[in-house]
Design a protein around this ligand. Sequence first.
Ligand code: FEO
Ligand code: CA
Ligand code: CA
Ligand code: CA
Length: 656
Amino acid sequence: MTDRLKTRARPTRRQAMTTKYSDLLVEGYSRRTVLKGLLAGTALATSGLSFAAAAASNSPSTLTFPELSRITDPADHWPEGYRRQILLRWGDPLFADSPAFDLATLDGDAAARQFGYNNDFTAFLPLPWGSESNDHGLLVVNHEYAAPYLMFPGVTDEDYKEKLSEAQIRAVAASTGISVVEVKRDGAEWKTVLDGQYNRRVHLFTEMTLSGPAAGDDRLKTSIDPTGTVVFGSISNCSGGITPWGTMLSGEEGGMDVFAGDYTKLADQELVERQGWDEDENDGYGLGKYEPRLNFEAEPNEWLKFDWVVEIDPFDPTAKPVKRTALGRFTHEGAQVTTAPDGRIVIYMGDDDDFEYLYKFVTRDVWNPTDRAANKDLLDNGTLYVARFDADGTMTWLPLVAGEGPLTAANGYHTQADVALRTRMAADLVGATPMDAPEGFTPHPKTGRIYVAMTENEDRLPKGEGDAREQVNAANPRSPNPDGHLLELSPPGAPDAADHAATNYTWDAFLLCGDPKDAASGAFVHPETSENGWFTDPDNLAVDPAGRLWVTTDGPPDAGFNDALYAMDTEGPGKALPKLFYLPPVGSEVCSPTFTPGGKTMFISIQHPGELRLEDGEDATSMADAGTTWPDFKDGMPARPSLVVLVREDGGEIGS
Ligand code: FEO
Ligand code: CA
Ligand code: CA
Ligand code: CA
């Protein structure tokens, strides 16, 4: 689900489920069979292994760190034998001349020279580019959103729009977007290089270009941009990806939340309806009165310039970011990049809302590994696809191409610009499978398989109830699905020559989240999963250099515990056996585990610390009742979202 200005509502409804997690161990047993059982509501035979096996010391997992015990408190926690460092906090300087963090004087200009708020997607790009350096590189970081009422003292979630000054509201806006910062290892510590030539902030006031099929379309023309090719700013930068030529892709997820005014005045009401406009989020930062372009009535086309995938070149701080309209417009969670055997680039993308779809984009041309500049406009030409899952274990990538299939002029798809601007509706027409809020999406470089996380969907309905689109389907079998699940997709040719450009894959269940001891949860995890290892609401996914899967969660603590970071094998006897690795402070979630090439340093982003109260887990409403002041723990200082580094005390590989 989107994490916009607040953590979303708690899942509550559950329906009795009867499938047993221990089916997982049956040799050659298709996990999909379990999904069929869920759909049919029937119990499946179990292999007789009991949950008590979790206590066994000879775990089948290749992950050797001592698993944490769940705790919700103002601090963060990591395993014994590991060292943890806070590398960058919201407000820390990014440049030699950045002002020091000072809430009393913080304004838009200062925030634009400092590390942003609510860091989400994080990647490490070794320096020099093309090297496998483990101790020098660039960190590229998304700052997804800001919570003004937790950033400044004396305001609450009810009154901040009136009470904050224009300077403070501009600081809030400038603290979202993207940071690029050079980092270097110095002995056991990592340091930022403040005079690094690549350091950069991108935010809501950065000039960018629109390219691809929708660029220049009348619907993208505004009073400050009569060409329909220029945008000021990127916002709601959620997850992302890195191309093989070292550019960053940033997914814009729900940019309309910053717009003020009456959305019922917009021209394309069908599109407004389909994008899922949320009235409660209107003018989320209170910017509408200072920036007329962010008011639906004053500038009715401006909102269409957001919710794209943005390509940014971190190695050229003067390069304008480019919004790639060929990749479609929806609430982009991220954009994970891989390569087809013939050299074409393939980008996997989830649309993070209930009943939305999985997409991929395949470039028309192959990438050029020897001439970086030759890839500059590669993402402007190619084919956008959306996924359909079938109950027989096959899946099909359906092309979203104007003039093909139902995407005819008669249906409103005259050109590819229509597909780019109305992507969800095009996907509806071709018969894509509505998923349970897809977020993390990662190809596994060793096996060629792809993992994808459906966070949860409380509104999923049983067969025969309500709208057909909202009923359970083979790949989303639980109604409701408050805990989420992970699927494993297999392209042809895997593992050695996985053809990510192919249109026919197979798929299977990997893990159905939830408490394995609670039969009603329908959880489907390894039988040796410990009472600390099971989880709900999977969000970001990453594969480490050793091939293990890391999963962060993004759900409020309805299960009675904090969001956290888990790791598990994807193959062998420890397949789908999650272990709890790191716990962030109360109210926060872990985002985007990322590794140096040798796997000995891990970077993670800690988003929205203190957004919940410690005493009752309810939403905090101001700095005064935030659940923590992590990581500074100083009176008068707010909690600060931070970038955390983890290494092993003995210098070994993380997790091993
Ligand atoms: Fe930004 Fe979908 O989480
Ligand atoms: Ca989420
Ligand atoms: Ca997310
Ligand atoms: Ca999240």
